[in-house]
Design a binder for this molecule. Sequence first.
Ligand code: FAD
Ligand code: MLT
Ligand code: ZN
Length: 480
Amino acid sequence: MTDTLSLDAFAGILGPKGIATDPDDIAPWLRDWRDHYQGQAAAILSPANVEEVAACVRLAAERGIPLVPQGGNTSMVGGATPPKDGSALILSLRRMNRIRAIDPEANQAVCEAGVILSTLHDAAEAAGRRFPLSLGAKGSATIGGLISTNAGGTQVLRHGTMRGLVEGLEAVLPDGSIYDGLKPLKKDNRGYDLKQLLIGAEGTLGIVTAATLKLVPEIGIGATAWFGLASPHAALRLLRALQARLGPIIEGFEVMAEEPVRYVFDHIPDTRPPITPLAPWNALIEFDLTGFGPDGRERLETLLGEIIADESLGVMDAAVAQNETQARDFWRIRETIPEAERAAGFPIAFDISVPIEDMPDFMIDAAAAATARFPGTTATSYGHLGDGNVHFHVRAPRDVTDRAAWLHSTGEEVRHFVHDLVVAAGGSISAEHGIGQSKRAELGRLASPARIGALRAIKQALDPQGIMNPGKLIPLASEG
Ligand code: FAD
Ligand code: MLT
Ligand code: ZN
C-alpha cells in the first residue's frame, strides 16, 4: 500500500480536486468492463495538465510507486485495472479533456488524452469534418486509451487503426520527462519513432497526455445496408464484388453470425431485425457515395439489385436504410453486441486475426473444431471481417448451471485450443483489444523468443523500475 506521506506529496502536486482517496469514489474504477478483474488502489490521481502528470510520474519514480494509466476503463483485457495487492495508484486522464484546437483546413484536431471519443466526433462534425474511428464504447473510451490500445473499430477498412490517425503525440515518459511530439511532421527520420512505440503500448512505456489527430471530410451522401447471407464466405465474396464495382468507398463492413444478433434483440430495448427472417450470417455495410454525385444512391440501389440477383454470391436478402434514424438503428444492433453478450452471460471471448482471405474458413472450421473438442459448447463469431479480425466466442454448454465453475475448470483449455488454431493459421491472438492481463500468459506461451525478447528489452530500457502499468502486456519470466 502507498504510505500516507506519499499520498500527501501527490496531493501537494495536484490539489484537492486532483486526488481521490475515498474508497466509494475509487471503487467503480477498480473493476474491468468484462467483470473479470478486481484491483486495489489507495488513490486515484487526476492531473489537470501535462506538467502535473510529469510531476506525479517523477514523484512515483523517486519513491518506486507503480502507476496505472486509466481513461474510460473500457479495456476488454483488464488493461486499466490495478494489481490486486494495492501496490499501485491509478493515474486517471479524465480531467485532461480539452480539445485544444480543431483546424478544418489542415484536417487536424489536437486533443488531450481524456477527451471522450464521442465528444471528438461531435466537435469534428461541428467543424464540418469527422474523426473516422468509431466503436461501441465511444461514449466512454478516451483518446489516450484508444491510442494506448491502438484501437480499431468499425472503419478500419477504409481509414486504418489509431496508428494511422495519430499525427503527433505528447507524452510523459517513465522518468517524468515530457516528450513533446505534437507537431504533425509528415516526414521525420530522427531514428526510432517514439510516437509509434507509445501507440499500442498499453501504458507500459509512459503516459499519453495529448495527440494531434487526423480528420477527414464529412460524408456528403452515404448509405447503410444490411445483408442476409448464407455464410462468411458469401460475406467476403460480397465485399470483394462491391469493392470491384464501386472502388474504395466502403467505410465499414461488419459481419455477424445470427446468434450474437439474437442476443441483441433479447437484451437491448427497442431493437428489431432489419430483415426477416434473420439470416445465418449478416453484413452491415456503410457506403460513402459522395464521389458519385446526386445519383449515387440510385446507382448503389441498382447495383445492389444486381448483386442480390447474382446467385453465385449467396446473398439471401438485403435492406437499405431509408433514413438516418433507420441507419442508426442498424448500427445500434452491431454496436450493442458486447453489451448484449454481457447481459447474456460472458462467453470465452477471443479477439483474433488471420489473413483476410482465410477468415471465412477459419470462422467455420474453428467453430466446428471447438464444439467437437468441448461437447455441448456453442461457438460463433462477429466483427470486422473486412480487416481479417473477428470476435470468436465460445459459450459453456447450456446445461451447465455453474458457469463460473465451468470457466474455472475448462476455460484455460478452451483458450489454449483456440489460440493454437489461430497460431497455426498464421494469425494474432490480439487483433485490436491488446494483451492487458488477460492474454499476457498466452502471449508468453505463443510468441516467438525474438518478439518477447524485444518487448522486454524496450520495456527495460524505458522503464527500468517497472513502474508503468505493472503486470500488463509483458509476459512474466515464468510465462515464456
Ligand atoms: P482504458 O480502458 O482506461 O485503458 C486501456 C489501456 O490503455 C490500459 O492499458 C491503460 O493503462 C492504457 N491507457 C489509458 N489511457 C492512457 C493514457 N493516457 N496513456 C497511456 N496509457 C493509457 N476496441 C477496439 O479496438 N475496437 C472495437 O470495436 C471496440 N469496441 C468496444 C466496445 C465496447 C462496448 C467496449 C467496452 C470496448 C470496446 N473496445 C474496442 C475496447 C477498446 O480497447 C477500448 O474501448 C478503448 O480503446 C479504451 O479506451 P479507454 O479510454 O476506456 O481506456
Ligand atoms: C466490437 O467489435 O464490438 C468490440 O471490439 C468489442 C467486442 O465485441 O469484443
Ligand atoms: Zn471489435
